[in-house]
Design a protein around this ligand. Structure first.
Ligand SMILES: Nc1ncnc2c1ncn2[C@@H]1O[C@H](COP(=O)(O)OP(=O)(O)OP(=O)(O)O)[C@@H](O)[C@H]1O
Ligand SMILES: [Mg+2]
Length: 436
């Protein structure tokens, strides 16, 4: 039977498809074509090796179905399928030659027991726990027939995925091959998309996600915090001031951060008070002291607080909701501004320093970075600082990249420089990679 596939690999995909090592590892950037390459490779394997059992393993069952099963069903010509694919868990695609592909999830390791797996794809491997690889998947490949694996991911921490990648780069280690590629290798994703990401993401996240580089500091969002040699106690600060307020959620703190015109943290306050009167009193106290143009407050839960504060205190209050990706924008702006050294944290702002140091990012299955404190840490000060570091949100609908307020105050310009210099930095990284 002759079956024609209307699919052309891009150059990096072709190099991968030409290899036959037992363990092939792709450390490629977001949207670079990892899944497409692995799916075509899996399809060819299943067709060329009758009666073989293949697995597709993702961090979650939903990912396995969405990025594995659904796409494989699209790719495989119907004449090669033995009936309708099985859609009850675990999903399966059965071929007429007796081969089967089973879709599995790493968050249910008990379902990863069993032997006789001839070929296994591990997608988003850096998000699959090391124990799942070492104790479950790897042993199933040691049975008869000896199985092989294709391991795909963008980099994360230096876990087992890093280890197998390094083995693939080491010529003295047999049976492994690995490849590194940035998102730019995929001609089906316009370079302009990647350029846009460069402008919008903190450099480290762009480097990790699109240039597929391992970062020294893992998931830290603020690795370089400039600590000033001044203390808030006695520091007058330079006007105009900008104030950010984050209201307490579940037993957390209400936090206030004051930034001055040269980007110094002039004051921080924090209270666990629950009465509105006390919280309002604290905000009014800070506003009296610094006479800010605007007080920017977290209005995620309740916009009424914003209105009450505006009415009762007579301050110019701007409510900012953290929902719908806004938190991400706020944090990315703060990270980019800090990376440019435009914010200095007072030597005695210990709580803010600790929260900034601990604040981390992770990446969702769709490739979006997510920002939060570790589970045992607070982040109210970080949120308050992010609010203070932002310009007016009222006209944000017209902006694609939010403008750091300090950039514009200090330079009297549009504040876009930080995004531009990030781009230049990313370009230098890319250039370096090309030469390596
Ligand atoms: N050889 C190809 N021909 C046509 N389109 C392709 C090819 N390779 C990849 N693409 C397209 O590029 C996009 C990204 O591909 P894919 O989902 O395989 O990448 P990925 O690296 O797994 O992405 P993610 O990081 O989101 O998991 C998809 O829209 C896909 O259809
Ligand atoms: Mg993918």
């Amino acid at each position: 039977m002759n079956v024609e596939l209307k699919w052309e690999p891009h150059d990096e995909q072709r190099k991968f498809l030409d290899r036959d090592e037992r363990f092939r590892v792709l450390c490629w950037g977001r949207r670079s074509g990892k899944n497409e390459a692995a799916l075509i490779d899996l399809f060819v394997f299943a067709v060329e090796n009758p009666d073989s059992t293949c697995w597709w393993v993702s961090p979650s069952y939903t990912q396995s179905n969405d990025y594995g099963f659904d796409r494989l069903v699209e790719i495989v010509p119907e004449v090669l399928l033995d009936g309708d694919p099985k859609r009850s868990a675990p999903r399966e695609v059965q071929f007429i030659n007796g081969s089967v592909v089973v879709f599995k999830s790493a968050d249910r390791p008990k379902t990863l027991k069993g032997g006789g797996v001839a070929h296994c794809v591990l997608d988003e491997a850096a998000s699959i726990p090391s124990g799942v690889w070492h104790e479950y998947v790897r042993p199933t490949l040691s049975d008869k027939p000896i199985g092989d694996a294709v391991i795909l991911s963008t980099p994360k921490s230096k876990n087992w995925f890093h280890d197998v990648f390094r083995k693939g780069q080491d010529e003295s280690v047999g049976g492994y091959w690995s490849s590194h590629a940035t998102t730019f290798v995929n001609p089906f994703v316009p370079d302009s998309e990647v350029e846009a990401a460069k402008g919008e993401l903190p450099t480290r996240i762009f480097e990790q996600e699109y240039l597929a580089e391992w970062q020294q500091d893992g998931g830290s969002v603020f690795p370089e915090i400039s600590i000033g040699s001044y203390s808030m106690d006695g520091y007058e600060g330079e006007s105009p001031f900008s104030i950010g307020v984050d209201f307490a959620r579940h037993e957390a703190y209400t936090a206030v951060v004051v930034l001055d015109a040269v980007g110094r943290v002039a004051d921080t306050r924090r209270t666990q008070a629950v009465s509105w009167r006390e919280i309002q009193g604290m905000i009014e106290g800070v506003a009296d002291r610094y006479a800010p143009n605007t007080v920017r407050v977290d209005a995620t839960r309740d916009n009424k607080i914003t209105e009450d504060l505006r009415r009762e205190s007579g301050l110019t209050v701007e409510g900012v909701s953290f929902s719908g990706g806004r938190k991400r924008e706020l944090i990315e702006n703060l990270a980019a501004t800090m990376e440019q050294g435009e914010i200095e944290v007072a030597s005695d702002a210990g709580q803010l320093q600790r929260e900034l140091e601990a604040f981390e990012y992770s990446v969702t299955s769709r490739g979006h970075p997510q920002y939060s404190a570790p589970s045992d840490m607070d982040d109210d000060m970080v949120d308050a600082a992010a609010l203070a570091a932002h310009q007016d949100f009222t006209d944000r609908e017209n902006k694609s990249v939010l403008t750091p307020v300090l950039g514009s105050v200090r330079r009297g310009s549009s504040g876009r420089r930080s995004a531009r210099s990030k781009t230049a930095q990313a370009e230098r990284q890319l250039e370096r990679l090309r030469h390596n």
